[in-house]
Design a protein around this ligand. Structure first.
Ligand SMILES: *Cc1c(COP(=O)(O)O)cnc(C)c1O
Length: 437
């Protein structure tokens, strides 16, 4: 019935997370409220690190893609779990450094890093930069020279031409993406040549990221094969054997009971088998393997609690259940129709006998969390829980309508603590400048 091990129902019939009563949490901290379970987050990290250890003798690193949820506490947990970290902006990099994340395990991504961001990353000695385009290779060389760095380790982001977004994933040769270098056009090979020739750059490997919320294993296997094929072409052409293969993130998580939670080991097992086979066939050494899970680290470990306000039944049309949050804390249904499971936290054990549309409090008709979704009968004052909101919710939140962002509360071993404070009304105008006089 639930999307994560950390969720359950107690003797009062209420939803619990990490053993704590969600109705009590809503009472203590107010709503809307993001709640996360630390044990679940750590378990999600360990599934990857243990799988890498078991399937590939630990020859690699699991990087947490921090865009899924960037805050100091998540960085601290990822560091403790021996993960590396992906950042895509100065803000995410700053957050990681403030949390004491070891710079050498940070990878700097992004399709349009500014020269200032690149300088910041080089000064802080981040482990590697994942270069996206030719202009960036140029900027990287210039910034490395400017600060006297002799060898900047880089990866190149490659478009392997695999579209894993459709249900039946396809090898499209797709080059219409703003991210990375295309293989088919020869652009990727040109970038390799430039990177190998660049004085201050040290090209160590290649990166690809084929999509998100992927449940099939085959796209990852195909990506590994395509990438290693390119490793072999590079070796034949330049005599250089790259040592790192980064297969990106994108592993799917359950958003409701219809999504089957796939053990992450399965992705790795199959990808590793393909890597071993390809390397043997192509005469390559086994590369260091990097994985970049984002969603699947915090996603299932988080829920959002709301208080139900007005319930509007429009006969013959639909019933709107309005909550005290919405697109400001979770824009994902509005943006791309993302699926979520909701339940009434104070009647979690009852049958979801109604079909409702959950609407937010923001001044947009499209401000919906889910449409025509099953729910227990609810009334104003009930607590509504939306599951699997740990990733891409807080990180995509906004202050539309000047509504303060909710806090994030972390639950662990029967205790709860705030890890990101909720914003105040004062925060809503803290950057406003009033003309004097
Ligand atoms: C978004 C992204 C990830 C993480 O993707 P998930 O679907 O959250 O696992 C990893 N790597 C890159 C380059 C990304 O853009």
């Amino acid at each position: 019935m639930f999307t994560a091990d950390c969720l359950n129902i107690n003797e009062k019939g209420r939803l619990t997370i990490g053993g704590l009563d969600t109705v009590a949490l809503a009472g203590e901290y107010g709503t809307p409220l993001y709640v996360m379970d630390e044990t679940q987050i750590r378990q999600n990290c360990r599934r990857y690190t243990q799988a890498l250890e078991r399937c590939y003798d630990g020859r690699g690193m699991v990087l947490y893609a921090s865009k899924a949820l960037s805050c100091k506490e998540l960085c601290r947990i990822a560091a403790q779990e021996n993960l590396g970290l992906d950042v895509v902006s100065a803000g995410e990099l700053h957050t990681a450094l403030q949390a004491g994340f070891p710079a050498e395990r940070i990878y700097f991504h992004g399709n349009n890093k500014t020269p200032e961001e690149i300088r910041f990353a080089l000064r802080e000695n981040v482990g590697q930069i994942v270069a996206d385009n030719l202009a960036e290779l140029q900027t990287l060389s210039e910034e490395a020279r400017a600060i006297g760095r002799s060898r900047v380790k880089i990866l190149l982001r490659i478009k392997p031409g695999i579209d894993a977004h459709t249900h039946d994933f396809i090898r499209t040769g797709q080059i219409d993406s703003k991210f990375g270098f295309a293989l088919e056009t020869g652009e990727a090979m040109r970038a390799v040549e430039l990177a190998l020739r660049a004085e201050r750059l040290d090209l160590v490997g290649l990166h690809c990221h084929i999509g998100s919320q992927i449940f099939e294993v085959d796209p990852f296997v195909l990506a590994a094969e395509v990438m290693l094929g390119f490793f072999a072409e590079i070796k034949a052409r330049f005599g250089t054997e790259l040592t790192q293969l980064n297969l990106g993130g994108g592993m799917g998580i359950p958003y409701d009971e219809h999504d089957e939670a796939r053990p992450y080991e399965a992705y790795l097992e199959h990808a590793v088998a393909a890597i071993r086979e390809s390397c043997a066939r192509l005469g390559l050494r086994l590369p260091t393997l990097l994985l970049e899970p984002g969603r699947s680290i915090p996603g299932p470990a988080g829920i959002t609690l709301y208080t139900v306000g007005a319930v509007k039944e429009i006969p013959g049309v639909r019933t709107y259940v309005t909550v005290d949050g919405g697109m400001g804390d979770n824009p994902r249904y509005m943006m791309y129709g993302a699926k979520y499971k909701a339940l009434c936290a104070n009647r979690a054990g009852e049958e979801a006998s109604e079909t409702v549309t959950i609407a937010g409090r923001y001044c947009e008709s499209g401000d919906l969390i889910q449409e025509f979704t099953p729910l227990q009968p609810v009334a104003p004052g009930d607590v509504l829980a939306v599951l699997s909101t740990g990733a891409y919710n807080y990180s995509m939140s906004s202050n539309y309508n000047r509504v303060p962002r909710p806090p994030i509360v972390m639950v662990k071993e029967g205790e709860s603590r705030v890890i990101v404070r909720g914003e105040t009304l004062e925060d809503m105008c803290r950057n406003d400048c009033l003309r004097q006089g």
